[in-house]
Design a protein around this ligand. Sequence first.
Ligand SMILES: Cc1cc2nc3c(=O)[nH]c(=O)nc-3n(C[C@H](O)[C@H](O)[C@H](O)COP(=O)(O)OP(=O)(O)OC[C@H]3O[C@@H](n4cnc5c(N)ncnc54)[C@H](O)[C@@H]3O)c2cc1C
Length: 403
Amino acid sequence: MSDIIRRDPRAEWIARNRLHPLHAAMQPASASWMGPNGVLRKNVHGLGFIGPNGIKRIDRSGAQQGGTVKRAASEQVQLPLHQVPAPAFYICVVPDMAGGRLASHDRDVLGLARQLAGSDGAVLAVVFGECKETAFARAGVDRLLLLDSEGYAPEQRVHDLRAVDNQFAPRHWLLPDSRNGGAELGRRLAASLGQRPATRVWQIKDGTCLGRAGAGLQDLAQPLPRLILAAAECAEPVSETLHEALPVQLPTDAPRCLPRIEDLGAVAVDPAATPMAEAEFILSGGNGIKDWGLFHRAAAALGATEGASRVAVDDGFMGRERQVGASGTWVTARVYVAVGISGAIQHLQGIGGCDKVVAINLDPGCDMIKRADLSVIGDGAAILQALIAAVDNWRKSARRDAA
Ligand SMILES: Cc1cc2nc3c(=O)[nH]c(=O)nc-3n(C[C@H](O)[C@H](O)[C@H](O)COP(=O)(O)OP(=O)(O)OC[C@H]3O[C@@H](n4cnc5c(N)ncnc54)[C@H](O)[C@@H]3O)c2cc1C
């Protein structure tokens, strides 16, 4: 084969032209970005492309600049399947599964479990309650155990995890050290197993783990214990292999424990009083909002916490504490709705940790639409009106049904 470097000037031109419809598809994977806690992350796996035989190739000649054909091909290449027919040991992970899906923290913990499992061990994911996730195989799960659970039932869950411990005798237990349940469940499990966990672990190396301590100002190094509560970004999520995610079960006659805790349901909180960094659902307004009264009514109707772009804040429509972005607050909402916001890089940096982004904008080519998971192209005012009407109708029919 000739070793002449062949360039594709058209592809390079599209990669530079942000207004071209194929621009996004021509971009190399993001090489670095700001993580939710402000630490700069670099995707070392974003370099290069996967060749037809599944081996990663890194072309340092520069010929890949705008080399889109190869990247597009890499996305279609089947990932190699990692199988563990007879696991020598298990690494057990209990993901939070907020909303029934794996969150980025869960994927980081699964990535860490994968490191600990090596080639002989299997990663066993124990999932409680309703499960909507379909990508366990891509997240590094070799075995999957689905267990029934409703509402807040930590005692029942610890009881079930003890049954898992008896059956699979995992070498390590890994849980996300998070507010979504993992931190509490992990500590309860540790107490129940009579083991001392390593908490807020962000690195494991050579049998030693490093965890945050001293109000986050110090690192605590200790020999790797059996139970690990891992911080977000503790490891790279699995991205280069496919796993079996084979279903496993506990014996059906395992006794259920009698609950001493009764879940009385969620308590309503005032979304307006929720700090931006903690808000789960944010309605954010930008320069495209002309009627701010309507925007506030929509936020109240949807029960969303209000956010804003810097232009909206500079123009005096919103308080400085509501600004989202590089020079405002970095938010990690599960749903972020951006109305009339163009998606400047400083704004996009602030929403890097959001799970789902919905963009409402007149301009189908703006960067916020490119970033969004769901886009509505149209006048923001008309769409907010329609949203308020839809919520009102839904509430009325819910009241009618209840009466
Ligand atoms: C050092 C520095 C730091 C910065 N930090 C931040 C930051 O933290 N956060 C931040 O947000 N910005 C920040 N900025 C500013 C940033 O560069 C942009 O200027 C700003 O985000 C743009 O705000 P916008 O999207 O609301 O306004 P515009 O860019 O004016 O966009 C308005 C959008 O509204 C749409 N629109 C107009 N009318 C309608 C309508 N009727 N219905 C629907 N859509 C409509 C338009 O199509 C457009 O996309 C920073 C800038 C600098 C230099």
